[in-house]
Design a protein around this ligand. Sequence first.
Ligand SMILES: Nc1ncnc2c1ncn2[C@@H]1O[C@H](COP(=O)(O)OP(=O)(O)OP(=O)(O)O)[C@@H](O)[C@H]1O
Length: 630
Amino acid sequence: MSEKPAQPRHPESIRLNSSQPGKAPPRKLALRPYARAVGQVLKVSFKASPGAVIMKVAGSLISATLPLVTTYFAALTTTALAAGYAGDSDAGPRAILYVIITAALGLFWGAFSSVDRYIQQLMSFKVGAIVGDMMYQRFLALEFWRYDDKETVDLYDRAKRFSDSYARVLDRIAAIFTQFVSVVLAIGALLLVSWWIAVIVLVAIVPSVYLQFKLSREQIAHWNTQVDSRRQRRMIEQNLLRPQHIAEMRLYGIVGYLMDLRSRLRDADERRRLDFQKRYIPKQLAADSLQYGAEVVSLIWVVGQIIARAQPVGQFLYVQQIVSRALSTANSLVSSLSSIDEDLANLKDYELFMALPVPSGKEKPLPASPNTVELRDIRFSYTGSDIEVIKGISMTIRAGQHIAIVGENGAGKSTLIRILAGLYRPDSGQVLLDGVDLTTIDVTSWHRHLAVLSQEFLKYEFATAAENIYLGDVDQPRDDDRIRRAASDAEAMEFINKLPNGLENHVSNWMEDPRGRKGSGLSGGQWQRLAMARNFYRDASFMVMDEPTSAIDALAEHRIFTRLFADRSSTIIAISHRLATIEKADIVYMLEDGRIAEQGTHKELVALRGRYFRMFESQLSVDETSQNSP
Ligand SMILES: Nc1ncnc2c1ncn2[C@@H]1O[C@H](COP(=O)(O)OP(=O)(O)OP(=O)(O)O)[C@@H](O)[C@H]1O
């Protein structure tokens, strides 16, 4: 098992995940995978919106060609004007015709651009939504152990980066296509004038392309070494921005400390990025000079040609425009290529992530709620750890039985519940539902009979009080009578009635309903009652409650559990540290270090005067302690 770092005593002792150059080799995309990645992006986009992709290609071609055509007509206009100036009487109408053609082209481009902008936005939205949704679905369907697995989470981070920027990647691909066609057309147009001018321009472009690629590769390598440090920063930011955390952070006076930690992580990351850029400045200047040199040589050549009357006057404008267009578009092409280089490298991670196996859903569903649930010699250790946290536990739970699981922190109680719920698979041993191994059953059909209220219950802050309860059983239409009943059973109705809008009240200060009614924040115990109401609303035959009353006052807890345990229609498995809950159970299992240390009724275990007795001695009544004293 990877050891956790020791608890920091001194500010400096928190380990910053600093950059580790050379930790991960730079991931390179050679030409073929690059093209394949582009093809992949286009395929998904075409599936999402074929019309929009066609429009995008047409738009790219038009925007690559139109400036050249316009330049051509501008050059013809200049030549015609020079001829008119020299006395050619036909040149004037020709120049006017060229001007009108140029204006018409501009008008066409304006109209096309308006429609194109709308279509592009539509397509960005559609493909972005599809790719984002697929990513969410895959993440939420993964086998449960993967959420503990660092490699899966690292892969997810990188894949998410790609999916978040998908729409942008698509725009960049379209821009690259336009820029590429523009450069090719510009070089082609120069070839028509002079082949060696075309070659000079082409040669001047190459160093700049090379430098940009090198820079982007270094930045990708840097990005890959920074995954942990960025995650650390994100976690700090999440702590800093949650209102629930602010009270503790202020009281402990650690806001400034955490801000400083965050700044150090951010600055280390950014500083290295900027360093790369700085190192490239002299090389980039040299590459730029080469480009300017090529432009000057071309212009001197064409001036010489015009003076020698070997070329028409308009040719100066033509060559000047085309050369500068070829160079500037090539530069844009290079920066577009390098900016999607990293995104496309992440596509690989996206594909790997999307290929992670998820449960097939082909297992057979449970025909009905089981009469017995048997845990048979379960052993389990968490992913990446060789410490066994469950060491051969067996127990049988019969429908209608009320069970309590107790034990010290870390004894394995919550882990056992997760195994029973089919979230984790045991390393050995079986969970048997009416004798059938849970691994052969569609686990979602088991979940329909389970209501699990976990220690880390969810607070649906976006929703109203009623919705928080309804989320316990969304497969059925919302039933407000059931919601009220569940809220009453959890003793939540009293505080809900005091909210300005009762059940329809939002339960976060940050929310407001469409009629402008503001939400109200809840206390810890009120949130827990709401979560318990959600658990009751589910109306499942197996009710699992992992320390469900830690924030609820003792009297309310006593009333809730007396009611709950009086009802034999559902099976109850309660994990608790409170005797008031435990003593009502038919059988108590005392866990210690992943094993069942003792089992029996509360009375039997007290009489045993063993571990259970010692653990709860301070909570036992005087009668119980004295009756059993030797
Ligand atoms: N996601 C996890 N990854 C690795 N180890 C874990 C994970 N969750 C729990 N453990 C380890 O498994 C052991 C049992 O934890 P578990 O949460 O089941 O204990 P528990 O009896 O429910 O404790 P508590 O009373 O504090 O809730 C502990 O040693 C804990 O460190």
